[in-house]
Each structure stands twice: as structure tokens, then as C-alpha cells.
Design a protein around this ligand. Structure first.
Ligand code: ARG
Length: 583
């Protein structure tokens, strides 16, 4: 049997009470205002139901009287103290100690630490990290990579069917420039040493040249057109560079434990493009204009003066054409309920146009979402760059994170074998990078700081890893003292001190953090929660002796330790961050 959350249990009781109070009278009140929510202010209780107010308004009755009627019908004796009505008609619940104790024991026995699976199972495609090939991964790719991966993990954990699709850019005009560079300026030794670095160099060379010389631009266009038309030489170069890029990308994704289900990429849709253009023309959605095929927009207002080109005069297809073909393919193959594009905000116009056309094309039911994110800034408040002014390569950033983490590990634990230190540093360093990117509100810019990312205190992965390790060491100590620390089977906990009650209640709110994070794909709902959890754990651990206390408190407190560790581990894993047992 799957566990029901505290909120779900209260909600059921409220719904039953509402049924008898309203006695079938249809209320025009939206379901979301009839939800039991956590109390904003713990002074009033743990959870509250504010629905009496909108209901009374709809029925033109007195809200307080209605609240009284609801309370009279509420059968929550097994869950909370008698509900209290506050102000104009808020109904407040204070959870009973026995209830919390039992729920905590259940969560401990539950491999999902009390988080139920959704009963609205959906199929969701997550489009990320989708970099362009023949180019190094750099700091600009971090956000789509980490945010996209965490979203995919979160949805999967909630019970949805998730298809992560790395829509790599392997077909655009950028490739034309790399092909020119490859033919003219290739440095084979550098290519052997660091293939993506060489491709970056070639691209930059040709890009610079094309700024001076318009002919190069034309040449790049021709090379791209030749590639797309199937010219054997360009195809061979393209295939080679694409394959080599993929190997390099995979090396990084493996280290980051990021594995997409599909890597179809732009070129995969090549054969569909002509059909897509044809179909859109036939349906009257696209029209011909000066030899090109375009789509106009009548609404919304901000698209009114825009046009989306789906075929150039020379017959070449574009990013937009590929994206349309991609939607069509995804709809045919997976019938998704939702497609999420985790892409830089600079592409927001493209996605508005794409979504608009997709709906007009007849794919009306699918939810399409562009999940944007802010920019990573340097100390100076400007988009972060390396000292030489280029984008910082992701692999360099990862290496630096590991190097800095290793210093910390060596200081903390100088006697550990070097290999173990290295392994811990990898987890800590990469975890710190991911966490630093997920903890700020998704849509705001943030200033990247090594000190903050790797801080031992504050809202950082290191702090949480450390809290986790500390709990594991409590168990090692208990074991060393011959204490049976097998607490999985407890029927109930014994929560005596306020700090332990607080901690247990907060652990039972983990499902809510996940729900909040999923509601608008805001991962900081998870990081905020975990940070607060670690703080509440510290308060508990300061106030309540664990190993040194007597039964039944000792087992109960060990159980709280275990629960906290389980939630920390699960929460970090949802963010793509591993935990370690020792530090
Ligand atoms: N390759 C693109 C870029 O690097 C992002 C692709 C995003 N996904 C998509 N379906 N358009 O800018």
C-alpha cells in the first residue's frame, strides 16, 4: 500500500465534510482554493483549510458559520487536535503527537520516504541539454544540463513516464563554418589532443574571417547546403566530427551521471522536413513569400509582426523547420501530454512561435513549455568568462571543482587513502556545482562563487553532504557501542522534545516540497527544503542526545536520524547529486 501524505489524509476528511455540508449544491469554486495547505504561520497550527471563505462567498452565506458547519462534520480525531476556526473562517489543524509518531514510522519503512506516486500519470518529454556539436561544452550549457536533468528525475520519481531527448544541434549553418575550417586550417595534432578544442578554434577562425569577408559567409552557406543535399565529402566530415563530438560529450555526461534516453538531434529529422513544409502549405498555415516559405501570426499581439521562415529561398531548411518536424515525430511516437524545452531565455521568441504553430497545426492537447533560466554571472556581475575572455569549458570547471573539493577533503580527513579522497572529492565537487546551479531561483541570474559553492556551512551541497555523513557516523558509533540500530521495523516513534517533534513534522512535509518543485519546475523548492531539514536536524541533535539516551527514546531518535538521512539522500539524488558515507 502506498503511503498517503498528511495533507492527502486531511484533504480526504475535508472533502467528506464538504460533501455533507454542501449536500450536492454545486459550488463554482475552483478546486485549488479548496486545498488543505501547510500553515504559513506555525502559531496557528500545522495545516489549514481556507476554502470556507470562497465557498461562503459563492453561496452568499457567512464564512464563519460555514466554517463551523464544516468543522462539525469533520472527523479528524485520528489526525489532529480539534480543528480551530480563526479570523473570518480559516480552519486550522494541529497534528496529534501520536499521529506524527506513527506517520514517521511509516515513512521510515517506505523506500519512497513517504512520497506517494502521482495518480495522474502523464507522459512528458524533456528536451535537454541539446548542445550544438563540433563545439566544446561550456559554462553556458550548465543550466540546461543540470536543470533539465533534475526535472527529468523529479518527474520520474513522481511516477510519470519521462523521455529525455538530447536534441543536439548537428545540422545548422554553424557546421558550414566548421567544414570550411576543417578543409583549410585543420591542425591534426591539436585535433588528436583535444578534438572539440580544435573544432572551436576552426569555428572561431572562420567566424572571424567571415566578419571581414562576406564571401566566406556565402561559402559557409554553400557548404551547409552541400552537406544537407548529401555531398559525400561534406557528409563524411560531418559524420566524423559529429561522432567525435558525441564521444567527448558522453565522457562529460558520464562523469555527471546524466543519461538521456534519446539523442536524436536535428539531422535525424532531415527526411521529414520537406513533408512538414508541404503539409503546412496545404493546410494554409504556411505561405510562399519571395521564394521562401513562411508562417505569419495573427495573435498574440507580440507575434503579430513576426514571421517564421521554414524554408529559405535556396530550399534550405532552418532550426524552426527541424523543431516542427521534431514535435510531429514526438507526437507520433510517444503521444506525450507535455513537452518541456529547457533552453536559454534568449530563444523565447522561437518557442512562442513554435508553440503557436504547433497548436494551429492540430496538436492542441499537448502542453508545451519553455523552461527558461537566468544567466551565470562572474564577480563583476557580467556573464561569466574565462580570463582570456572565452566561455569557460565545462570540463575545466568540473576539474577545478574536484581539485578544490580535494583540498577540503584532505584537510578534513588527511589520513584517508588518496584514492578514497579522490572519489569523495569527485562527488563533493560535482555535487557542489550542480547544487549551486539549482539553489537560486531558476529564472534569476546568479553570481557564481567557488567559496559559496563549496562552503561547509550555508545553503550548499557540501553542508548537506556533511549533515548526511554526520548521521551515518552516528550509526557507526552506535554499532561500535553494541547498540542495535536497526530501526526500520518500529511501529511508532516517541517524540518528546519540541525539537524532535519539529523535525518529524518537517520530514513529513517532504512530499510537499516535491509537489511545489513540480508545479513550476522550480528546483529551489527542493534545495530550500533540504537546507531547512539539515538545520532542523542540527537543532534536534543539539537538544536531544541519541546514542546516550534510554529506550524507547534511543530507538526513536535513531529512527529520526535514519529518516533525515533517507530524505537527504533521496532529495539530493533527485537533483542528480550523489551522497557519500564518509567524508
Ligand atoms: N541546440 C540549441 C542551442 O544550442 C538548443 C536546442 C534546444 N532544443 C530544441 N528543440 N530547439 O541553442
Amino acid at each position: 500500500m502506498m503511503m498517503q501524505t498528511v495533507q492527502q489524509q486531511l484533504q480526504e476528511k475535508v472533502n467528506t465534510a464538504l460533501q455533507s455540508v454542501l449536500a450536492g449544491a454545486s459550488s463554482e469554486v475552483a478546486a485549488d482554493v479548496l486545498q488543505v495547505v501547510p500553515c504559513a504561520n506555525p502559531q496557528f497550527g500545522d495545516y489549514q483549510f481556507n476554502g470556507a471563505l470562497p465557498l461562503a462567498k459563492a453561496q452568499r452565506t457567512n464564512p464563519r458559520a460555514l466554517a463551523q458547519n464544516i468543522v462539525a462534520q469533520l472527523d479528524v480525531a485520528g489526525i489532529s487536535e480539534p480543528p480551530e476556526i480563526a479570523g473570518p473562517g480559516f480552519i486550522n489543524f494541529r497534528l496529534k503527537r501520536e499521529f506524527i509518531q506513527r506517520m514517521a514510522a511509516q515513512a521510515l519503512a517506505d523506500p519512497r520516504v513517504g512520497v506517494p506516486q502521482t495518480d495522474h500519470k502523464r507522459t512528458v518529454i524533456v528536451d535537454y541539454p541539446s548542445p550544438n556539436v563540433a563545439k566544446s561544452l561550456h559554462i553556458g550549457h550548465i543550466r540546461t544540463t543540470f536543470i533539465g536533468d533534475a526535472i527529468a528525475r523529479l518527474l520520474r520519481f513522481a511516477g510519470h513516464t519521462v523521455i529525455s531527448d538530447n536534441h543536439i544541434g548537428d545540422w545548422g549553418t554553424g557546421f558550414g563554418k566548421v567544414i570550411i575550417g576543417w578543409k583549410k586550417y585543420r591542425d591534426e595534432a591539436n585535433f588528436q589532443r583535444d578534438p572539440l578544442d580544435e573544432m572551436d578554434r576552426l569555428y572561431r577562425l572562420v567566424e572571424a574571417e567571415s566578419k571581414q569577408n562576406k564571401e566566406i559567409q556565402e561559402e559557409a552557406r554553400l557548404e551547409t547546403a552541400k552537406l544537407q543535399a548529401g555531398d559525400p565529402e561534406n557528409r563524411a566530415i560531418w559524420q566524423h566530427l559529429r561522432a567525435v563530438s558525441q564521444v567527448e560529450f558522453d565522457r562529460i555526461y558520464d562523469l555527471l551521471d546524466i543519461h538521456c534516453d534519446e539523442t536524436l538531434g536535428e539531422s535525424f529529422y532531415n527526411d521529414r522536413l520537406a513533408g512538414v513544409v508541404q503539409d503546412l502549405l496545404q493546410r494554409g498555415i504556411a505561405t510562399e513569400s519571395e521564394g521562401a516559405i513562411i508562417i505569419r501570426f495573427e495573435e498574440p499581439a507580440n507575434l503579430g509582426d513576426k514571421i517564421m521562415v521554414i524554408q529559405k529561398k535556396d530550399g534550405a531548411s532552418l532550426y524552426s523547420t527541424t523543431d516542427l518536424a521534431t514535435v510531429q515525430y514526438r507526437m507520433e511516437r510517444w503521444q506525450p501530454d507535455e513537452i518541456i524545452y529547457v533552453v536559454d531565455a534568449r530563444q523565447s521568441l522561437h518557442f512562442q512561435e513554435l508553440f503557436n504553430v504547433t497548436h494551429r497545426w492540430g496538436f492542441k492537447d499537448v502542453i508545451l513549455r519553455h523552461i527558461t533560466f537566468g544567466t551565470i554571472l562572474g564577480d563583476d556581475g557580467k556573464p561569466i568568462r574565462s580570463r582570456s575572455g572565452e566561455a569557460i569549458k565545462l570540463k575545466d570547471l568540473m576539474a577545478e571543482a574536484e581539485r578544490r573539493a580535494l583540498e577540503i577533503v584532505r584537510q578534513k580527513n588527511p589520513d584517508l587513502e588518496a584514492q578514497k579522497q579522490q572519489e569523495i572529492a569527485r562527488v563533493i565537487g560535482l555535487g557542489a556545482l550542480k547544487y549551486a546551479d539549482l539553489a537560486p531561483s531558476r529564472t534569476s541570474d546568479y553570481i557564481f562563487s567557488w567559496d559559496k559553492s563549496l562552503a561547509l556551512s550555508g545553503n550548499s551541497a557540501v553542508y548537506l553532504e556533511y549533515a548526511y555523513v554526520r548521521i551515518r557516523s552516528i550509526f557507526r558509533r552506535a554499532q561500535a557501542e553494541g547498540i542495535a540500530a536497526d530501526v526500520q521495523q518500529l511501529e511508532t516513534l516517541h517524540l518528546e522534545q519540541p525539537a524532535e517533534l519539529e523535525l518529524a513534522k518537517f520530514i513529513l512535509r517532504f512530499p510537499l516540497a516535491i509537489e511545489t518543485a513540480l508545479s513550476d519546475y522550480r528546483l529551489n523548492a527542493i534545495t530550500d527544503y533540504l537546507f531547512e531539514l539539515a538545520q532542523k536536524f542540527t537543532a534536534f541533535y543539539d537538544a536531544c542526545p541519541v546514542v546516550k539516551s534510554e529506550e524507547p527514546l534511543r530507538s526513536s531518535r535513531l529512527a529520526l536520524c535514519e529518516l533525515t538521512a533517507n530524505v537527504l539522500k533521496q532529495g539530493l539524488n533527485l537533483l542528480g547529486i550523489e551522497t557519500i558515507e564518509k567524508m
